[in-house]
Each structure stands twice: as C-alpha cells, then as structure tokens.
Write a protein that binds this ligand. Sequence first.
Ligand code: NOJ
Length: 603
Amino acid sequence: MEAKDNVIDTAETKQSIGRDWKEGVLYQLYPPSFKDSNGDGWGDIGGMLEKVDYLAELGVSAVWIGPVCDSPMEDNGYDIRDYYKIHDAYGTMEQFEELLVKLHKRDIRLVMDLVINHTSDEHAWFEASRSSKDNPYRDYYIWKPPAADGGPPNNWRSFSEESAWELDERTGEYYLHIFDKKQPDLNWDSEAMRQDLYEMIRFWLEKGVDGFRLDAINMISKHPDFPDAPQDARHPRGQQFYKNGPRIHEMLRELHEATFGRYPGTLTLGEAPTVTMDEVVRYTAPERKEMDMVLQMELVRMGKDFGDPWKTDPDWSPAMLKESVVRWYEEVFNRGAYALYLSTHDHPRMVGTLFGDRAGVGGTEGKSCNDAAAKAIGTFLHTLPGTPLVYQGEELGMPNANYRSLQDYRDKGTVSAYQRRLAEGESERDILASLHARSRDGARSPMHWTGGPEAGFTDGTPWIRINSQAKETNAEDEQNDFSSVLNHYRQLIRLRQQSPVPARGDLNMLELEDEWLFAYVRAAAEERWIVLINFSNQSRSCRIDEKWACLIEQGELLLASGLATSGFPKSGIPLQRRGDRKDDCMLDLLPYQSAIYRISAAD
Ligand code: NOJ
C-alpha cells in the first residue's frame, strides 16, 4: 500500500502501535460536543486536533470518533449524505488526515463510525432510488407496495415511535426506515449496493483509519417475509424480524472478507442491541471472521425499562448489574470479545442514572458525592472483564446536563416523545422530569474544558446548552488536582497498561449479603486483584469470607477512592474483625468507596 501525502502507511502503523486491541482502553469522542475551534458553536476536527495531547495524557489507546461525513444532521451525522466527504461544519479531508497522523504519532488509533444500515434520504443513492420503480438504484433500499387497505406493508414501528414505513407519493410505494424517516434502510440483499459500500470502506482503510464502530450492524438482514409483529410487542415493534436476521452472519463474513480482512489489525466494534450470548460469540469468535468485538449494551441500559425507554425499570437492583457482568464473562469472555461502557451519547450519563438522586445534594457536598460516584464507576469499568470504553467527559465526572425545559433539548426523538406524551394527557412536569432522567441529550452537552465562558468549548453560542456545573467540574482544574476524577481515570488506565490482570484475568464475583457492595477477584498468571466497590451513598457493612479478608489484609493497595478523600485512612484496610470468632469478619465500606488490591499468586 502506498503512503499518501500526510498519511502514514497503514500496515506499518498498525504494527507499530502493536498492542492487542482488547488490552487497551477505548475513548468515545462525540464530535458536535467535543471542541469547537472556529466559534460556530459546533465541535470540529480543528478542536480535536487541539486536544490530541489531552487524549495522550489520559493514556487511551484508541479514539472512536462519531460520524463526521457529510450529513443533513437530522440525527447528528447518523444520517450520511455523502460517505466520501467530511461534513463542512467539521472541517476538511486534509484536517481529517492531519488528525490521523497526529493521533498515530501519539500512539493512538482512530476508529471511525460506520453507518451502513441506513443512509440519509438526501444521499444520491436514495434520490435515484425514489425517482422511479425501474431506476437501477431502486433496490438499494427496501420498497414495498401498500397493504390491501392502502396502509403500511406491516405494523413495525421505528425507534421514533411511528410506523417504520414511509409512503413516497412519487411511486406510490413505502420505504422502510428502522430509525427516522430521514434514515431509509439500505437493502443488503442487493449485490450492487453491497459492492458500493465495500468500495467506500476500502477508501477509508486506504487512508489509514484503524478501525470502525459498526452502527446498528445486527439490523442489516431483514426477515424476507416482513411479517407483522404482535401488537403488544416491546419497543420498537418488529425488532425480532430485523435484528440478527437470517443472512446476518453470511453478510458479515462477506463484509469482512471484502474490506477489513484485507487490512490486518483493523478493529471492528459492532453495535448489536438485543443479542443472546451465543449470538455474541458467533459475531466475535476470531475464527469466524465477522467482527472483533461487540458493545456490551446491558450495563448502560441499567435501570431503564426495556419496553419503554422513557420509564425507569421498577424492578431494577444492583444484583442485575452483577448478574450481567458474570453472564457475559462466563459465556463470552473466553470465546469472543466485547467492549464495556457505562456512558455513551445515546443514554444519560451513568453517574446520573445510578447515583443522580442520591448524589444530588448540591453544593460542595454534592460535588464530592458526584466525584466519588464517578470514581467508583471508573474503577468498575476498568477492572471488569471486557475492553473499557470511556465516553467523553466521563473521565471528568461530568454529570448529566441540567436541562429543565423543552427548549434545551435538540434530539428529535426526545422532542417527539415530549409532544406525543403531552397529547396523551401527561403533565408537562412529569414529562420534563422523565426527559431529564432519560433523554440522551443529557450526555450530549459540550465538554467542560474550563470553568470559564461556555466551558471553554466554544467562543460562540453552543449548539446545545452548556451544563452549569462546568464551573465545578472541568478539565483545566482537574489536570493538576491529584484527587480529581481525571487523575483517577489516568491511574486506572495506567494500571491496565502495567498488568495482564484486567484484560485477561479470570473473574470470581464474591457472594455478599449486601447487594450494593461489590467484591470480585480477577486473576491472571502470577497476579490477582481484589476489587471492592460500594455503589451506595451510605456506609455499608457485610460479612466477608475469612479467606478473602486475609488476602485483602496482605494485599498491596493499588488505587482507592471515596468521599472527599483519594483513599482509605492510613490503616488502609476496610475490614473489621468482630468478637473472638476468627471467621466473624466484616467488610466496611464508606459511601461510594472503591479499592483495588494486588495479591501475588503465592499468597
Ligand atoms: C445508534 C447510534 O448510536 C445512534 O445515535 C443513532 O441514532 C442510531 N444508531 C441510528 O444510526
């Protein structure tokens, strides 16, 4: 492969960066909200270039950058109009290439978002496709005649809560859109369409891109009969007929062979909601050559009602968190691969979801609770089996944006849910409370770079309101504060680089009587770690097996966190031996306290 201007040879880069993908830490950068360099209020590549050193100091090994291709921005770039062009508001192709070079020089790989389940309805393929029934691009998308009553071909609903079909007057047929009507689904049964996509992917691989996060990738194969779903099916209705469909594995293998497989070392990270563990293994077993990893999407959805994303699951408990962690470990860890994330651009931030109400006491105390909770989350993320994926701002302990009126929201799905619920008679107060708890805009407020105007994100007016908490929680202040959330994350990432335990170790989740307390052991080669976390805002105690108590006492404290302290008191050990009985040993953890102990295998 030839080196192009400004671009380093891909094979050479991938080898020099070297480490197994699974061992690193991935970072998700959400382009509109990362950093604006030209004052238009919208994040851009110029802003990313300014912050490469920040990412290098954090220590992440790869950055997944949300979609930056040309788009009408109905869904912040997940609606691509031209796969070969950088969206004007983000900058130019030259800047993108410069970013690639700069990241590579700092040993950081660049993972692009690949949105290939659908395009924008403004993509040239769709414009041709809708123009007539016999246009050569007609079958690039999924068209069906109306049902006998003139309505949509079946009863599937899209993620935007309406029918998944849109009638196009020009030809009198409906097209399928699993997401918004501005995002028509591509027809993966069309050979010509697939070949065009592969060519486009090779274009980016030739530039030296190191990997792809594959958007909604388990939705590309639809049931050939497009059957109706049961009326009471969970949201979004019909998903059993387009997720993990009949040709999915065949399609992924062909995709791999035509693209990524030709560029060894390329990472593919699949977004595959609603999968069984066996399905995950089929997607990611290395010998099957489909994808390298899938995103573990259960933890990030914790606390949400799966049937209605706007509601809280009344049955949620921390025991479900433990169950999910153990199930993925036991059924996938040694057979396939997954990345773990606790926050992302599609869900409110975990620090708000899990701890929001309990941590939200306001003022200095509130800040201290928020930060302790954020550190506990960080400890959890970096010490579990699975590759950690940190979402921008999580490493600062950024809370959810404090949006309180409809005018603050930008996400189309959020706005349409508000309107629907208002029309159904719900009170505005209740709707706004649930948007605050559940809207993905809560996690999309711009990065807090400084405590100054617009959080140092832009010199102009930001596209979405800045969180007022930027004054207390921002990168500038945290850089030099040893006890900050940022430094906790830096240390966690460093620990992962120094030991095989977090990336490769076995997991043994200890059974404790208190569901809010987590204690687990990770073991690899000559080393074991014991991780202790209190996920509640109360001090908690429960009995712990004598064997583990002794090991904790002998262990070396690698990292600790808790309320308004960067560690445990000098005595160091969160244990109490009560009475005379040797086995009467209690684990005592302060609110949001976390600790990692190292024990050598000989102990
Ligand atoms: C998943 C992306 O993460 C989300 O933001 C987007 O709206 C949908 N896929 C549609 O592309």
